[in-house]
Design a protein around this ligand. Structure first.
Ligand SMILES: [Zn+2]
Length: 209
């Protein structure tokens, strides 16, 4: 997982085609479908509701998201979402968001797998949106969403433009989390260092085969 402080989270991601071959740093080249599967797996492992390609180190315009069935346990905060309770999974390529209802909604708490442990209420998001995207078969599709799902789609599309949810909140909020964010930035640095070493070793091994 790419973490807060990683420059890839601040880059504008590039459009992609379902037939593309993708090079995830640290992995062999993969098809878009393989990467989507990996992203879904990662999202479920991390108990997230969405994951954008830049968060796994890929600067392309793709995200996955999930809707879970309502669960009493979850409402009580005892049990987090699991794959067995999936209502619907989404894989969206080149998503474009159109706002259907300009009224901003601030009623949900928002977090991000790239900013672990930090949650904030009050991120203003359009309550109703329409997303145009390409699916894994190359079909152009449009989907309307509201409330929480609309929020998830907006959060994930933001990632493709190098934007994070904290950017939508007053700077004081980021300041309040300064210490935790510094820790995450340090973890990000360490990860990138390991990744570089790992990539060099892999390159070296391949050259010597
Ligand atoms: Zn996020």
């Amino acid at each position: 997982m790419r973490l807060y402080g990683d420059p890839i989270l601040r880059r504008k991601a590039k459009p992609l085609q379902p037939s593309d071959t993708l090079h995830v740093p640290g992995y062999e080249p993969q098809t878009v479908r393989q990467v989507a599967d990996t992203m879904l797996e990662t999202m479920f492992e991390e108990r997230g509701v969405g994951l954008a390609a830049p968060q796994i180190g890929l600067p392309v315009r793709m995200f996955v998201a999930v809707e879970y069935e309502d669960d009493e346990e979850e409402k009580e905060g005892q049990e987090k979402p699991l794959r067995s309770r999936v209502l619907r999974e989404y894989v969206m390529l080149n998503p474009v968001i159109k706002v259907l209802d300009k009224k901003k909604d601030k009623s949900y708490q928002e977090g991000c797998l790239s900013i672990p442990g930090i949650y904030e209420e009050g991120v203003p998001r359009a309550r109703r949106v329409s997303v145009s995207y390409t699916d894994l078969d190359g079909q152009a599709r449009t989907l309307d969403a509201e409330d929480y799902l609309a929020r998830v789609f907006q959060h994930e599309t933001d990632h493709l433009d190098g934007k994070l949810f904290l950017d939508h909140l007053p700077a004081e909020i980021t300041d309040e989390h300064r210490r935790d964010l510094l820790k995450i930035q340090q973890a990000s640095k360490n990860f990138l260092h390991h990744l570089t070493t790992w990539e060099k070793q892999r390159q070296h091994t391949r050259e010597n085969l």
